[in-house]
Design a protein around this ligand. Sequence first.
Ligand code: NHF
Length: 427
Amino acid sequence: MRLLLLSWEYPPRVIGGLANHVYELSRALVREGVETTVVTSGGPGLAEREEMAGVRVHRVQPPTLGTPNFPVWALLLNFALLETANRLIYDEGPFDLIHGHDWLVTLAGKTLKHTYHVPLIATVHATEHGRNHGLHDPWQHFINDVEWLLGYEAWRVITVSKYMQEEIFRVFHLPPDKVRVIYNGVDPAAFRLRTADPGFRHLYASPDQKLVFYIGRLVIEKGVQVLLDAIPRIISVYPNVKFVIAGSGPMEDELKRQAYALEIHQQVYFTGYVDEETKARLYRVADVAVFPSLYEPFGIVALEAMAAGVPVVTSNAGGLKEIVEHEKDGLRTVTGSSYYLAEAVLRLLQNPELGAGLAEKARQKVQKGFSWSNIAKSTIQVYKEVLSEYQESPWKTASPHVWPGQSTPPEPGYSRVAGLSGTGEGG
Ligand code: NHF
């Protein structure tokens, strides 16, 4: 099976959990025998094409024209994705399936689907409606419409939690039999660092201080503002603690101003963006990890902390409820409440045995339940369903490929690329 994955981010370019997801999924698919090519956005210093653990990665130049906003930037990115995908198909032959991640690659996915008559599958990681608690301006409406289009064009839609499945039924009215839930996963080995590095920890806190850790994009829906609001109360009861906020995003300056206004800036350290290795080391030295999201389709970061053996405190938002079982393998608190968040963090700071017990249960849970190889197997199951329906479908037989310059469909066995034996029809 030849698969084309379209994603706007892929490591080392990582903006959010989507990059992580596509990275792990693509590697696990290769291990399961799927020939996987990723076409994604490049950037300064990144190879245009490389093979990473058997995954063929093609990076396109991101738009260089000045763009008024992110949606226009994303539209231009789709032309670049198309240019590269078309060239690959021209040079090497067709793909059997196209799998696009989120609205940002919709137009490239849809165009390739209709040009080459190959089924499109979509994974929805988040929605504009969910991120913003509604749609409040024309660009949010535009993104929402593009998301709808992706769901409409896709043969199957995969979502990353039951919560997200409900959300896309509600927002896009997709037929239930079109949607599948496949959870995200984590590679526990990446977070199982055996020894904590005291020198490294010392960069953030003194040996007698506890370290509370957040990592993620600094955007409103991740709720870092709620964590900052909780800190004065935490410190008033348990003063010997440092808070490390890792990640970057549009709210960074506002959050720093909030920390100053709350007079907690001496105890809160904003690291900015951290690479994967620093992230794993930070988990290793943290005493508590906090994810206070207001909206969270899944929450891979919670799995990472659990894999690293750090007790977690999360909100009750979205997919977090499907990952963390309150009082069993972590603590969940009322979404948006700094009071209850402070209470939960304090419980773990004051009672390390409780944290150790929860963390151990959490470690066992992620080890068993969230492996990328199972996720790849479930995804392949969806691919197979789609390919067999495609073989039987009127869409395939009613309008087979018509290559440029041909007025009639090609004969079976025809290949646009000399020397290739494929029919160009997938399967
Ligand atoms: O983990 C990968 C990620 C999720 O909750 C996360 C999100 C975006 O907001 O599926 O996608």
